[in-house]
Design a protein around this ligand. Sequence first.
Ligand code: SF4
Length: 139
Amino acid sequence: MTPTAPGLAPEEGIRLRIRGLTADYLITSTNAITLDGQLVNLDGQGNRVAAMCFGPKKVILVVGLNKVAPDLETAMARVKHHAAPINAIRLRRATPCVETGLCSDCQSPERICNMWSIIEGHLVANRIHVKLVGEDLGY
Ligand code: SF4
């Protein structure tokens, strides 16, 4: 079960997020990846980017070609103006992007764009694995 599963009590979502920080494996994706390998992510609560940085022994990222960006600026624009509004719609947030499909850099209490993470490497060798898939996956 994911922490954002419909109908899940808020305290249960928090419990699952905390458990995820000490899991052996984290299997997820990235919001964007640059051609030189920077992993670019934007989180609402920070548990996902926290676990990508520290905690789980192995981090496996399954990434579609649609998330590859030529540089950091393009990657961040992709995350903010494409992935985040779609994610807000998925999560049924009361944010302007849910109505317009566009980011207006809102200050809504339900804003999901709160913590940026740019991962360029890790001191623990072979901890983070990126599996690039030759098709579009996710958003
Ligand atoms: S900052 Fe606000 S409007 Fe922009 S994508 Fe995030 S939640 Fe939506």
